[in-house]
Design a protein around this ligand. Structure first.
Ligand SMILES: Cc1cc2nc3c(=O)[nH]c(=O)nc-3n(C[C@H](O)[C@H](O)[C@H](O)COP(=O)(O)OP(=O)(O)OC[C@H]3O[C@@H](n4cnc5c(N)ncnc54)[C@H](O)[C@@H]3O)c2cc1C
Length: 286
């Protein structure tokens, strides 16, 4: 199958291409798109290649006072190398750092990870736990902002329309906390080059007395979409993170499990996924 490739260099050219093409797909790092292209229907698709787009809002990671704005074309490697993210959002740093291999991390983008909408997307799972917002640009130049939890509507389905593109992801910076207890746990069938069989992203903030006042929990690969386990996070509020009773750890793990509806497939059974999710959920409080 042949594809017509258009490589806009400016935002104006990008919007023009989006208006002119009837059937098109965006290409960023191509790590998901190329395998997918082999299965695409031959209806004369164009590829709008984002790799040469020279617009800093799409490319950079920029820190403001209250938010970090991550351009859709920022790569997993850019996330890993960002010191502020490593220090304040270990969950995102770790998720980007365990994506595929170092070669793939150089090209795989944040936007590609989100827009593929895989239930096992690692960066996506971390971004759900920290309640990022998605900034979406339409072909007419209008912007809309949606909570990331509303972005994923099904396996490989997002709430974006055909004439829209994800421009950036906005992460709120929580300044009022003392410590961050944050991380990304990924269980696969191999140590690298492997999508998650189960993943858990957690981002828990405590005050000076180690009391939890914010807890974002997200789970991956155990439901049709990545899920934000709101009630599990709420269960932790007001508890002292350094002295959580083992019974409470179990209750917490059960709360997390309520958000899972795993399936059995080639890589793992539904039973295995539930057991693993329960155990890793408990482990983050031990
Ligand atoms: C060997 C291998 C191992 C992998 N391991 C992992 C892993 O461990 N964890 C993991 O999470 N993923 C993994 N992946 C999947 C993939 O690398 C990631 O999902 C990556 O982040 C996709 O980014 P990309 O830039 O390559 O996206 P692309 O392939 O360029 O695009 C992916 C999809 O998103 C759309 N898209 C891209 N950018 C935009 C945008 N700005 N707006 C709207 N639509 C857009 C494209 O049209 C396409 O449908 C792996 C892939 C391979 C090949």
């Amino acid at each position: 199958m042949k594809f017509n490739v258009i490589s806009p260099k400016t935002k104006t050219d990008l919007l023009k291409a989006m208006k002119n093409e009837t059937y098109f797909r965006f290409g960023a790092g191509y790590t998901d798109l190329i395998p997918e292209m082999k299965k695409m229907e031959d209806i004369g698709y164009s590829i709008i290649n984002l790799a040469q787009l020279n617009d800093q809002t799409f490319r950079n990671i920029k820190r403001g006072q209250d938010v970090i704005r991550i351009g859709t074309l920022a790569t997993a490697a850019q996330i890993v190398n960002d010191e502020f993210i490593a220090e304040n959002f270990p969950v995102l740093h770790q998720a980007a750092n365990c994506l595929a291999s170092s070669q793939i991390r150089q090209v795989a983008t944040v936007g590609g990870n989100l827009c593929t909408a895989s239930p096992s997307g690692d960066i996506s799972c971390a971004l759900v736990s920290i309640q990022a917002q998605c900034e979406i640009l339409s072909e007419s130049g209008n912007l809309r902002l949606i909570p990331i939890a509303d972005f994923f509507i099904g396996p490989r389905k997002t709430s974006m329309k055909n004439n829209e593109i994800l421009r950036s992801v906005i992460v709120p910076i929580n300044v009022k906390h003392h410590e961050v207890h944050s991380g990304f746990l990924k269980v696969g069938t191999r140590r690298s080059m492997e999508c998650s069989v189960v993943s858990l992203a957690y981002h828990i903030l405590t005050d000076k007395k180690a009391i939890i006042h914010k807890a974002g929990i997200a789970i991956g690969a155990v439901a049709p979409t990545i899920r934000y386990a709101e009630e599990a996070g709420n269960f932790l509020l007001g508890k002292n993170i350094s002295s959580i009773h083992p019974d409470d750890s179990e209750l917490f793990a059960n709360e997390v499990l309520k958000y899972a509806s795993p399936i059995s497939d080639l890589r793992a059974s539904a039973w295995y996924r539930s057991e693993v999710l329960f155990n890793i959920s408990k482990s983050i409080l031990e």
